[in-house]
Design a protein around this ligand. Structure first.
Ligand code: PLP
Length: 437
């Protein structure tokens, strides 16, 4: 497909090397199923479901048609003091997938907004129950919680932090859970649960009664799939319960089947108080995020406010946008009718076997994986992230899309993938690696 090179200049691309990209652009002009096509006609296999957004594959007509119908019928309503049926239906469908007693859902437009919304819900909750002294938040090194100010304050990725050093006060950071003895551990590492004691130490140092909440991704996704050690999340839960601290799972990547269950909370048998989500909620087709909260949190916040008043001073112009709700409902129907979460669970072994076949490659220094997500860590070329960036570009021209963060490739195919698709992803990954030798 022809395109005008001069027209690339005006768009300031997110999280991209703009100058480098514009000198040699990689435009995706079509996507369908597991594949995408670039502007030169090349076919790419999507090894990362876009950005872990599209487990049902690209170009699903059911979603497109539902959005089209919705746009013709009711394209927009201001959702403050007004509603539309799709928002309530989607909230109910999401609640059915969430852990028991988590039946309330607040809609946002992205994962970042979900995280910042969760922070505000927590502040509102503690105020409502007379605990407004809880001003401290705990997060973790190597965490990614999006790009809004709350999210980068919680985040633990150095480039995101050092670029914007003014962050929310009162946030303390636990150590991440990747340790050298876990190298090439498949599934949950057997060692490392004791790292949860960092939280106990914060409780001793600052007083547990000053801590509002702990944010963790059950599997830290963006820094390369750090799977929680056996017992780690359970221990965080115990410490939170002991001190009245809320536990938040940021499931923006892990939500909607990536771990073989609707949410990682279920896979790991630990129920948090709040779950943030986005991405696969609409199969990536329309921007949308959400925050699921336990009933007692919703009830405490709403009941603390006077009758007929706004209980929670927060919301977005596009919260629960009708088109996004239509996309969400259509997506959740696909997951259910096609049994895609079960399919993810049954495909996981084959997928992880395929990933582990890369173990012998001299450029691979670690592999991690769980469900349908895996991290392939490449040896640094001396400048952190330089090899990863180069690899991602080379992979593109070898017909493979893989998301890299630093030197970590994050492989996360769509759940509709056939085994042959997984083989193709790994083949192309290996060929790209060989070219780097
Ligand atoms: C765990 C987690 N939280 C938050 C976000 C931010 O989501 P978004 O890019 O939709 O704002 C991401 C994005 O990858 C994420 O992985």
């Amino acid at each position: 497909m022809p395109f005008d090179v001069n027209s690339l200049e005006n768009h300031w691309m997110p999280f991209s090397g703009n100058r480098d990209f514009k000198a040699n652009p990689r435009l995706v002009v079509k996507s369908e199923g597991i594949y995408c096509w670039d502007h030169k006609g090349g076919q790419l296999i999507d090894g990362s479901s876009g950005l872990f957004c599209s487990p049902a594959g690209h170009g699903r007509p059911e979603i497109a048609e539902a959005v089209y119908r919705q746009m013709q019928e009711n394209d927009y309503i201001p959702h403050f003091q007004l509603g539309h049926p799709g928002a309530f239906e989607l909230a109910q469908r999401v609640s059915r997938l969430l852990p028991e007693q988590m039946n309330h859902v607040f809609f946002t437009n992205s994962g970042s907004e979900s995280v910042d919304t969760a922070l505000k819900i927590i502040m509102a909750y503690h105020r409502a129950i007379g605990q407004s002294q809880r001003l401290r938040f705990v997060s973790r090194e190597r965490a990614y919680h999006g790009v809004n100010l709350g999210g980068i304050s919680l985040g633990g990725m150095v480039r995101n932090r050092e670029s914007f050093p003014v962050t929310l006060p009162g946030i303390v950071t636990m150590r991440h859970t990747q340790t050298p003895e876990q190298a090439f551990a498949r599934g949950q590492p057997a060692t490392g649960a004791e790292l949860a004691e960092d939280l106990a130490r914060f409780c001793e140092t600052y007083g547990g009664s000053t801590i509002a909440a702990v944010f963790v991704e059950p599997i830290a996704g963006s820094t390369g799939t750090l799977v929680p050690p056996v017992g780690y999340l359970q221990r965080l839960r115990e410490i939170c319960d002991e001190h009245g601290i809320l536990l938040v799972f940021d499931e923006v990547i892990t939500g909607f089947g990536r771990t073989g269950k609707p949410f990682a909370a279920e896979s790991f048998g630990v129920t948090p108080d709040i779950i943030t989500m986005a991405k696969a909620l609409t199969n990536g087709a329309i921007p949308m995020g959400a925050v699921g909260v336990k009933d007692e949190i919703y009830q405490a916040v709403t009941e603390a406010a006077p009758e007929n008043s706004i209980e929670f001073f927060h919301g977005y112009t596009y919260s629960a946008h009708p088109a996004a709700c239509a996309a969400g409902i259509a997506t959740l129907k696909i997951y259910e009718t096609e049994g895609l979460f079960e399919r993810a669970a049954s495909l996981s072994d084959y997928f992880l076997d395929a990933i582990w076949s890369l173990k012998d490659h001299p450029l691979v220094v670690d592999l991690r994986g769980y469900g349908m997500m895996a991290g392939v860590e490449l040896v640094s070329d001396g400048v952190p992230g330089r090899r990863g960036t180069r690899f991602q570009k080379d992979a593109f021209w070898n017909g493979l899309h893989i998301k890299f963060t630093g030197d970590n490739g994050i492989v996360a195919p769509a759940f509709i993938a056939e085994r042959t698709h997984i083989d193709e992803i790994i083949d192309k990954f290996r060929k790209t690696l060989d070219a780097h030798l």
